[in-house]
Design a protein around this ligand. Structure first.
Ligand SMILES: *Cc1c(COP(=O)(O)O)cnc(C)c1O
Length: 385
């Protein structure tokens, strides 16, 4: 082991590569978490988060903690013992939502889809009609499978049955179209280390007025003191009440990462993710490999590829790391050994990385005796179309 880490090319399910501007922001001297300078930074972060979430929600802040803290904050603030929740599950992160929701003492009704497929809207509506739950929760971008869940009309659907809509946008925020207000999402959370290309440690979250009313109407305190939004909002709002010490350096980093999103433009950023995804897929298919998810349900940020018969998955990923400095992800749970997860997130979503990972995969397959044609030309055609 050396004392400095090598420069890895992070093309897995996160963390994603971080721009040097963000790393530099993290190395700035600390100020206090109630310093007027820092309060200005907090205001800017909130404003930029409203932009990336496409919302005017007042309560839009970064939770101290990774994406899972955002998931937990969403669920523990809205649910109480005796409530009912419907959770859509089409992968590992839906299962995590179920686990967290059950720990609140709520009765949780899962609506499942086979891993690799999106949830069925009719089944969701049936569950809403039957259960009349407090909330419907589901994952927009299932990082364990590479499936995109269409969110259009889901807000209307949930509200028709008086349920709040909670959406996990950890792997979509900043990488795929997401319109919190337009879609009628009541609580949406994300993480910093995926398409926002910031180090892990914060979970951006936004609460609609409807969700805030629910919070105010609770019969008992939120089970988690640390994640209680009614306490946290007093620090991020006008009162500036101390709750816990804000992770100053990580918030510096997030501000810089969000400024980068704003400079690029959200729509341009989505289009970049789409284009690099399409080039990657063209390359994979030209190599004779197969994507795991049907074309119309694929994420742009996280690409799942079927592992060909006879390939040693562990060895291939080790070769990518050792010889190319590239990290990609393996499959989770039932997909272990069956798929690779190639993240093209944030600063990692570039034509250079697409070409590099295609060639590195080809070479690493070759050493295992599997000879594929090059995917380069097919990928290049996508860029030059
Ligand atoms: C990564 C991820 C999470 C968890 O985020 P952590 O930062 O690992 O806590 C939750 N949901 C989805 C969809 C994710 O991809």
């Amino acid at each position: 082991m050396t004392s400095t880490s090598p420069t890895r090319i992070l093309l897995g399910p996160g963390p994603s590569p971080v721009d040097i501007r963000v790393l530099r922001a993290m190395s700035r001297p600390l100020v206090g978490h109630l310093d007027p300078l820092f309060l200005d930074i907090m205001d800017e972060v909130q404003e930029l988060l409203r932009y990336v979430f496409q919302t005017s929600n007042r309560l839009t802040i970064p939770i101290s903690g990774t994406g899972s803290a955002g998931m937990e904050a969403a669920l523990v603030n809205l649910l109480e013992p005796g409530d009912t929740a419907v959770v859509g599950i089409h992968g590992a992160f839906g299962e995590r939502m179920l686990d967290i929701a059950e720990r609140t003492g709520a009765r949780v009704v899962p609506v499942r889809a086979e891993w690799g497929h999106p949830l069925d809207l009719d089944e969701i509506e049936d569950a809403l009609r039957r259960e009349r739950p407090r909330l419907l929760a589901l994952v927009h971008a299932e990082t364990s499978t590479g499936v995109h869940q269409d969110l259009k009309n889901l807000g209307d659907l949930a509200h028709r049955y008086d349920a709040l809509l909670v959406v996990d946008a950890v792997t979509s925020l900043g990488g795929m179209p997401l319109f919190v207000d337009q879609y009628g999402i009541d609580v949406c959370y994300s993480g910093t280390q995926k398409c926002l290309s910031c180090p892990p440690g914060l979970a951006p979250i936004t609460f609609s007025e409807r969700a805030i009313q629910r919070l105010r109407a609770r019969g008992r305190k939120v089970q988690s003191w640390y994640l209680d939004m009614s306490l946290i909002e007093k620090y991020w709002g006008a009162e500036r009440h101390y709750h816990h010490t804000a992770p100053i350096s990580t918030i510096y980093a997030l501000r810089e990462a969000l400024r980068l999103v704003r400079e690029e433009g959200l729509e341009a950023r989505w289009r970049r993710h789409e284009l690099n995804h399409r080039a990657f897929v063209a390359g994979i298919e030209a190599m004779g490999l197969e994507m795991f998810v049907a074309r119309e349900h694929r994420l742009w940020s996280l690409n799942t590829v079927r592992i060909p018969e006879g390939v040693d998955d562990q060895r291939l990923r080790k070769d990518l790391l050792d010889h190319f400095n590239i990290e990609i992800g393996g499959g989770l749970g039932p997909l272990k050994g069956r798929i690779w997860r190639v993240g093209l997130m944030g600063a990692g979503s570039t034509p250079e990385n697409v070409m590099l990972v295609l060639e590195a995969l080809r070479e690493s397959l070759r050493v295992q005796g599997i000879h594929c044609p090059s995917g380069r030309e097919a990928a290049e055609r996508v860029y030059h179309a």
